[in-house]
Design a protein around this ligand. Sequence first.
Ligand code: UN1
Length: 516
Amino acid sequence: MSTKLNEFGIEKTLKNLGISTENDGVSCGGKYFASGDLLESYSPNDGQLIATIKTANSSDYAAVIENAKSAFKEFRMIPAPKRGEIVRQFGIKLREYKDDLGKLVSYEMGKSLQEGLGEVQEMIDICDFAVGLSRQLHGYTMHSERPGHRMYEQYHPLGIVGIISAFNFPVAVWSWNTALAWICGNVTVWKPSEKTPLCAIACQNIISQVLKENNLPEGISNMLVGDHRIGEELVNDKNVALVSFTGSTKVGRIVGTNVAQRFGKSILELGGNNAIIITENADLNMSIIGAVFGAVGTAGQRCTSTRRLIIHESVYEDVKNRLVKAYGQLKIGNSLDESNHVGPLIDKDAVKQYQDSIEKCRQQGGKFVVEGGVLSGENYSSGCYVKPCIAEVENSYEIVQHETFAPILYLIKYKTLEEAIALQNGVPQGLSSAIMTQDLREAELFLSQVGSDCGIANVNIGTSGAEIGGAFGGEKETGGGRESGSDVWKYYMRRQTNTINYTDSLPLAQGIKFDL
Ligand code: UN1
């Protein structure tokens, strides 16, 4: 490892998280047994090989599912508040490991250290949320139309929950799913992104400690590092009651269709194409902060990243000039160096997509007011650093309709709020949206049934950085799934309606007579 890395203490971080130079990428609780090919994990910060991982093959998958099935038989018998206690202990462990895990997220994925730590904070928050929830898995009671009858509904665990997560939130999205799945009495099988396997191994090591300390079966939490074949196993396996998938719309379409084909359940959290409307009544200082963080945070690689700014014509030039100035102050570099605002993209493929999108944007008529480009030189030797850029476009351009996972921000001008809302909604995706305004009428119109068509609609806040307490997800090609807060737990359970007759006769519903 280079001296530079040791300056950031990465070696120690890896050691604290139980990661060595050679790792096993199949974990069923604390047990490791991978038998597939080797995978290498590189940091986009410096292009350095961090470690190699033995991946899962099909027989590893089968073994994990068998373990998960038997763990479920035991875990479902544990009362929900006691399952909450396990999640509480997991949250405490995450607090202990927050610095190390946050740093590993930053190093392996390339998001800023602050954002890496923020991601672990989301994990801690969802644990706290789930602990309380473990005592509130309520169903309704109803009045029966028959005398001496009682009706109610209750929620039971589903069984095995499969989680397929993306590189951009390598730990938090797993925890949104697991914290809820576990308190609901399910066991989980995780296929993390192949781009961030070490983050997954670290998480699995932490939960394994908790399971061991509580004498619980190892198969409650499982993790398989592998390629698309492992994903396909999960998607097509009848043993997997729910598949929660985070990734592209293209892959999500296949996942959703195949899971539905076998009558499984799925939660799809797919692409976004999020816009902020900046009205003539906006606080422009706030708008600039919200827009810049939304567009360049995580180097534009959040599903919730701000991709489009829809700006009223009267403030358009002012906003544009302020943005150009703000972009001029951005510091790009190693994500572990806290003076940098923007880290690298995940890999060279992502850089290629960024370049292609810029090219297409130009061809389709886009006018760049802040130029993009790939950075080179000693500090950028991984080849993954790009300049956040801004282009003036029309919403109808093919490239603007498409989600590019990179810091490219599009500016669009509008005259009336109705037109702005139509532009905001005029894309295939429907994840996050925002309006910046101090005018109540504008804000309420945006939030009304004729306003934003997205799963998330904010006022005077950007499009990214959603809190875990709300239901997270979106409409249209974003897939319709919801994760994390509110009553999302219901996705992780099966609902049962119970009618009990405590009389000595058998009256039929709907007044039907059936005398023998
Ligand atoms: C994602 O990009 O997949 O709202 C999740 C946010 C984060 C989660 C993003 N809390 O930006």
